[in-house]
Design a protein around this ligand. Structure first.
Ligand code: FE2
Length: 285
């Protein structure tokens, strides 16, 4: 479940045996854990460790194409927060590039999560304290992978995660329960501009799996799981479309999302799209 890697530099070259261990564990659904890799904040950035930097509407502050969203900050302070998130994103991209064998990894959104996870109120579908796999209603992946790199930048609190059973075991239980696919829906959402491009059957299935597992109170309470605490000053990397996960507690995390094609993988057969195609007997993309 947790593969601890002795990495302390944001750039390679890394040892060949370490790289081999990293990619095989990651693709098999482990969380790569970097206890000795800390993302350091400059003194001038420490005031950003405050829930007040969020505008209070979205869960996270996001950075995409050089612009931050959902922050209460303006002017020079907004610029400095943008620079901190940008620096984190490029560190994460260097590490992913040098540690993993993938030739084409797209750097997507960067996020800063400045609000304590515990005690927040959400609808069940939006509550990431419930075990789930990542699938986003407005971003069809069409089988592409979601790889996410996290850093706990809190001064003293661990980030508490829960992870569940292997993807294939989970899919075998939940696939028979997901709702029937409505053939015209993805076309409609794409045409209306609700989604960025059209959802594939894969996207519909992943969204249904995401919702069905969150709504299953008995599975959430009694299903296979393991709790993990990521200490302050540590990082972790995970295929979040494959690993059942929940963020149970903690504040001040940074996250960088990457997307990549299944063909980049060393073992493409372990990708959710391949597992779901095998189990359902259908072509999903
Ligand atoms: Fe998630």
């Amino acid at each position: 479940m947790l593969e601890e890697l002795p990495v302390s530099a944001w750039k390679g070259p890394y040892d060949a045996a370490l790289k081999a261990r990293a990619v095989s564990s990651l693709e098999r659904g482990a969380v790569l854990f970097f206890p000795g890799l800390a993302f350091a904040l400059a003194d001038a950035e420490k005031p950003f460790l405050d829930a007040g930097v969020s505008d209070g509407r979205a869960k996270n502050i996001s950075l995409e194409r050089g612009k931050i969203q959902s922050s209460s900050l303006t002017g020079e302070k907004a610029k400095a927060l943008t620079a901190m998130m940008e620096r984190f994103g490029s560190h994460a991209a260097n590490l992913v590039h040098d540690l993993l064998p993938y030739a084409q990894v797209e750097r997507a959104r960067t996020s800063f999560r400045p609000v304590q996870v515990k005690g927040r109120r959400y609808s069940k579908i939006n509550d990431d304290r419930l075990l789930h796999i990542d699938a986003f209603p407005s971003r069809p992946m069409r089988g592409r992978r979601i790889l996410r790199f996290f850093a706990n930048v809190a001064p003293d609190a661990p980030r508490h995660w829960r992870v569940g059973e292997p993807f294939e075991d989970f899919a075998k239980k939940f696939l028979p329960r997901v709702g029937p696919h409505f053939a015209g829906k993805s076309w409609l959402l794409g045409t209306l501009g609700v989604t960025h491009g059209r959802r594939s059957l894969y996207d519909e299935l992943m969204l249904s799996l995401h919702d069905t597992v969150k709504l299953d109170a008995s599975y959430q309470q009694n299903g296979p799981r393991q709790d993990i605490e990521f200490p302050p000053g540590s990082c972790w990397l995970v295929f979040s479309d494959q690993v059942l996960h929940a963020a149970m507690g903690g504040e001040f995390a940074l996250e960088q999302t990457f997307h990549l094609d299944v063909s980049e993988l060393t073992e493409p057969g372990r990708a959710p799209v391949k597992v779901l195609e095998r189990l359902s007997g259908k072509t999903l993309v």
